[in-house]
Write a protein that binds this ligand. Structure first.
Ligand SMILES: [Zn+2]
Length: 333
């Protein structure tokens, strides 16, 4: 794990800790804001040695856990909030924790106890026509991931436009749903720095993960790719100088990267339309056709990606659902 050094910006320190077991994400990036008591943006996941690694980096930056007075989470995935409980314990005093309400339920004891597997996920994988053995291995894998986070039930909901400030910094909340429904970027307007979480990442195209629990969201008609594309437009308009993401290197050509993402989505939509020109397909069949060599552990994300593109293609009138299912069948219009 070695990434290009972050630019020096007053009042902003970037700590990149190793991220084992999370594929090609490279690092987990935690940002320290302020000069006195500090605010953290994200915490990284819980794994043996994670708290020690973060503590060493924090002390090298001139702080320690008792200096942490607030944690703001870009979104509710375990690799962004998993270590929070241990950090709060190490701080030794109350630390306010903030996350958008469309994601905060993901950090709850109830949700984590289920190991990310629930009836809605089961309905989705059946609708997508995933084979039974694959469903079983996904269920086991989802159970494994819950160990990367301690549940966090005491979270304050954060809203679009909410400001978090302290000595030497002022962060504005920009709700950017898509990667997850409650994903937020945080904008340091005076410094032109945008903290993007997993909405924008330098070395990979973030997946607008389909949401199975739409009934819990402020918009029950939420569609991940449609939301993601709207959030890209929103971020594009901010004209940020640097983007500091949740994983990997910083970004100094945000507009170029956003253009690449849009191009990637259009190309994927075209591939799906071409495959459907050959006849009706279910989601798993399409996924296998587009990604024939995919390792088993990446299949859920790929199926989710195909589904989120199908939703947008249906909105655009280029594809229709030929059979409700399960399994659902799609065809070109
Ligand atoms: Zn992440």
């Amino acid at each position: 794990m070695s990434i290009k050094a972050f630019p020096e910006i007053d009042g902003v320190r970037a700590l990149a800790i190793p991220l084992p077991d999370f594929g090609d994400l490279l690092t987990s990036n935690i940002y320290v804001l302020g000069t006195g008591p500090v605010t953290l943006v994200d915490t990284g996941p819980k794994y043996p040695g994670a708290l020690d690694a973060l503590g060493r980096m924090l002390r090298a930056a001139g702080f320690d856990f008792p200096d942490v007075e607030r944690i703001v989470f870009t979104h509710g995935h375990i690799d962004h909030f998993g270590l929070a409980v241990q950090i709060v314990e190490a701080a030794g005093h109350p630390v306010s924790c903030h996350m958008h309400r469309d994601d905060s339920w993901r950090a709850s004891s109830e949700y984590l106890a289920g190991g990310f597997w629930n009836d809605e996920v089961m309905d989705f994988v059946c609708m997508a026509n995933l084979p039974e053995p694959l469903i079983e291995s996904m269920r086991r894998r989802s159970d494994f991931f819950k160990h990367f986070a301690d549940p966090l039930d005491d979270i304050e909901p954060m809203e679009e436009g909410e400001v978090f400030s302290g000595e030497g910094f002022r962060l504005e909340t920009v709700h950017t749903p898509g990667h997850s429904p409650g994903s937020c970027c945080l904008f340091e307007r005076a410094k032109g720095v945008l903290f993007t979480g997993d909405h924008i990442i330098r070395h990979i195209t973030p997946n607008p993960i389909m949401e199975t629990r739409r009934s819990l969201l402020s918009d029950p008609d939420y569609q991940s790719l449609r939301a993601y594309e709207g959030s890209l437009d929103k971020v594009d308009r901010l004209d940020a100088r640097f983007a500091f993401s949740g994983h990997g290197e910083y970004i100094d050509d945000l507009k170029g990267l956003i253009a690449n993402y849009r191009h990637h989505h259009e190309r994927r939509k075209k591939q799906i339309c071409e495959a459907l020109a050959g006849g009706r397909r279910h989601i798993y069949g399409l996924t296998r056709e587009l990604f024939p060599d995919l390792p088993e552990h990446e299949i859920f994300l790929a199926v989710s990606e195909i589904f989120s593109h199908l939703e947008v293609l249906v909105n655009e009138g280029r594809v229709e659902r030929a059979q409700e299912g399960p399994p659902a069948l799609f065809r070109a219009v």
